[in-house]
Write a protein that binds this ligand. Structure first.
Ligand SMILES: [Zn+2]
Length: 318
C-alpha cells in the first residue's frame, strides 16, 4: 500500500477539509462566512471538545452562531478551519465557567466513537486552539498577541517587536522494530497495567527523522536499528504532534533500558503476542493510534485472524 493510502487509514488524517488558503487572509470575506447560514462552530474548552448525541450516535457538536452566542462566552475571534460538505467550520475557544462547560469531554477518550470526519475536524480544532492558548504572549518579548489570518497567525502587539507566530507541530517518531519473527514492544510505568506499545519519541533539534528513530530505540531499549522504512503519519492533537510512523529492522537485539524511560521492553513473535493477549498480559495501544496500526500491519502479514479481532475478543479496547 502506498503512503497516501496508509495515512488515510489513520484516524485524524482520514478525512480532508478544504483549508481555503486564499480565504484566511481576507478579513471581510471571513466575517461574511462566519455570519452566513453555512457557518458551523466547534467549541473548545481548554483541552476538551464538545460532542452531540444524534439518534444514539456521537458526532462533533457543530453549532450555529446563535446557539454559540446563547450558550457560551468566547474572547478571541473564531479560527477558520475550512470548508467541507457545504459548511464553513470555525473553532472557538470558550472562556468562563458555567454549567455548559461541564459537558465538554476528552477527545482521546471519545475519538474511537466518532466517525473519521468528525474525529479529524475536532482534532484539527483542538490542535490549533491549543497552540493559540499557548501563544497568548509573544515568545520573544512577552507582550500579548492578537490573531491574524483567520486565527492561523498570532502577532505580537508590541510595535517594536511585532513578531508573527505560526502554528507549530512537533514531529515525533513511532517505530515498530522487527528482528526475524519478533517485534519490539515497550511500556512506561505510568501506563495502565499491561499496556504495551511500539517505541516512540520526539525528534530533537538538529536531527533527521531517521536519526531520531535510531536514537530513540537505542536510548529506550538498547536495540540497534540498522534499517528503517517510512510507513505513514498521523496528526496527534494531544497536544500538537505529528507522529511519523516507521518500521525498522534490528541489528544488535539485546534489550537494555538505557534511559529508564520504559519500565519494560520485550521481543514477542506473533504467537507469543496472541498468548499474552489471551492471558491479559498484553493490553494493546488504543486502536485510534498509529502504534496500533503499525502492530496490526506487522501482525496481519502472517496471521489469518486479524490483530484487531484478537484484541476485540481478548481485551478491553481502550
Ligand atoms: Zn513580541
Amino acid at each position: 500500500m502506498n503512503h497516501l493510502d496508509q495515512s488515510q487509514l489513520n484516524l485524524f488524517s482520514s478525512s480532508t477539509i478544504d483549508r481555503m488558503a486564499r480565504t484566511v487572509g481576507d478579513v471581510d470575506k471571513l466575517d461574511a462566512l462566519a455570519n452566513s447560514d453555512h457557518a458551523r462552530f466547534l467549541p473548545i474548552y481548554n483541552t476538551k471538545v464538545l460532542v452531540a448525541n444524534k439518534a444514539g450516535r456521537l458526532t462533533a457538536a457543530a453549532i450555529e452562531k446563535a446557539e454559540l452566542a446563547s450558550r457560551f462566552s468566547y474572547a478571541t475571534p473564531p479560527v477558520y478551519l475550512g470548508y467541507k460538505n457545504d459548511f464553513h467550520y470555525f473553532a472557538v475557544r470558550i472562556i468562563g465557567a458555567n454549567e455548559e462547560v461541564e459537558k465538554f469531554a476528552d477527545l482521546r477518550q471519545l475519538a474511537a466513537l466518532l466517525n473519521d470526519n468528525d474525529a479529524a475536524l475536532l482534532g484539527y480544532a483542538l490542535a490549533i486552539t491549543t497552540w493559540q492558548r499557548n501563544y497568548e504572549h509573544c515568545g520573544s518579548c512577552g507582550a500579548t498577541t492578537v490573531t491574524r489570518q483567520g486565527g492561523h497567525v498570532l502577532q505580537c502587539t508590541d510595535l517594536a517587536c511585532a513578531r508573527e507566530h505560526y502554528p507549530r507541530t512537533d514531529p515525533a517518531i513511532i517505530v515498530l522494530v522487527e528482528n526475524g519473527e519478533r517485534a519490539l514492544f515497550g511500556r512506561k510505568a505510568e501506563w495502565p497495567a499491561h499496556r504495551y506499545s511500539t517505541i516512540a519519541g520526539f525528534v530533537e533539534p538538529g536531527e533527521s527523522v531517521e536519526q531520531a528513530v535510531v536514537r530513540e530505540v537505542a536510548e529506550e531499549t538498547g536495540v540497534e536499528v540498522i534499517e528503517s522504512c517510512y510507513h505513514s503519519s498521523q496528526p496527534w492533537p494531544f497536544p500538537g504532534s505529528l507522529m511519523l510512523g516507521y518500521t525498522a529492522h534490528a541489528g544488535r537485539s539485546q534489550i537494555h533500558l538505557n534511559d529508564r524511560e520504559l519500565e519494560d521492553a520485550r521481543w514477542l513473535n506473533r504467537q507469543e503476542l496472541i498468548d499474552h493477549l489471551v492471558s491479559g498480559e498484553f493490553l494493546p495501544p488504543t486502536p485510534i493510534s498509529i502504534s496500533f496500526r503499525l502492530i496490526e500491519d506487522w501482525f496481519n502479514r502472517q496471521c489469518d485472524v486479524p490483530f484487531r479481532m484478537w484484541c476485540e475478543n481478548n481485551s478491553p479496547m481502550r
